[in-house]
Design a protein around this ligand. Structure first.
Ligand code: SAH
Length: 255
């Protein structure tokens, strides 16, 4: 299923190995080398057979990581050396995953490269909350946006376009920009009462969920999350989690 000299970008899902596709698992088993991100769950890495070379090219916000260009080169060189290359990425490789850079590097070098999809963080978060991301008449649009900024730069998003009360907004890499997000959306007309869910380490044993409202988001982001990857879901469809909110807050009160 994977020939020597070929590269597959494989979605590892949000962390829980049960959320891996069967195809991803087959590819991992058929590889001779696996390059993986910091976001790939430990349970997923456990599925990599012992004879397969496992190389961390870790990338986590604000921490030391290999440059994207170095990763591109590693993939190309491994394929040119005749390896069966799997590039394992958290969630879905095609969503905020730098997949284009890696595919372009491979194609430019004449290397066949393919994608295997994965469950993206927003889908896993919705499952974990028991809340749909879309809802007839209430949330007709689903927007995936990244709030990642380079160090020292201000978040520059088109708030007018994002401030649609009939949309659900899934914000990736948004923890550090929570304040700017709340301000930007409220200034563009979204009500402070708009429900917001913050989820950290979705699908892993360390998962944390927090339901709040837009005007309280900055406070919640500061006080309710640790240093794991976190996603924000903003939108009316999350109001069905009101009951969950009470439960979650109760769970988080000190015993
Ligand atoms: N390709 C990935 C996204 C990579 S960007 C995907 O499709 O999910 C990295 C961001 O994804 C993190 O900062 C966080 O916002 C989100 N993320 C990834 N895994 C997550 C998890 N298990 N729990 C919460 N957020 C997660």
């Amino acid at each position: 299923m994977i020939e020597p000299g070929e590269v597959w970008l494989v979605g590892a899902g949000p962390g829980d190995p049960d959320l891996l596709t069967r195809k991803a698992e087959k590819l991992i088993r058929a590889a001779s080398v696996v390059f993986y991100d910091a976001l790939v769950g430990p349970g997923v890495l456990d599925l990599v057979p012992a004879h397969v070379r496992l190389v961390s090219v870790g990338k986590r916000a604000g921490r030391h990581s290999k440059e994207q260009k170095t990763i591109d080169t590693l993939l190309v060189e491994a394929a040119q050396a005749g390896e069966r290359v799997v590039r394992l990425k958290g969630g879905d490789p095609s969503i905020f995953g730098r997949a284009t850079e890696e595919m372009t590097a491979c194609r430019d070098a004449g290397i066949r490269v393919q994608l295997c999809p994965g469950i993206t963080a927003a889908s896993a978060a919705s499952a974990s909350l028991g809340a749909s991301l879309t809802q007839r008449g209430l949330a007709r649009r689903l927007t995936f946006v990244t709030a990642h900024t380079r160090k020292g730069q201000l978040l520059d998003l088109d708030w007018k376009a994002l401030a649609d009360p009939e949309a659900t907004l899934a914000v990736y890499m948004g923890k550090r920009s929570a304040e700017a997000i709340a301000r930007g959306l409220m200034d563009a007309g979204i009500a402070g009462e708009m429900p917001v869910a913050l989820l950290e380490n979705v699908s892993l044993p360390e998962e944390r969920r927090f339901i709040t409202r837009l005007d309280l988001l900055p406070l919640a982001a500061k006080t309710s999350l640790g240093d794991g990857p976190a996603i924000l879901l903003i939108g009316e469809t999350l109001s069905v989690t009101a009951e969950l909110r009470q439960r979650t807050q109760a769970e988080q009160l000190p015993a």
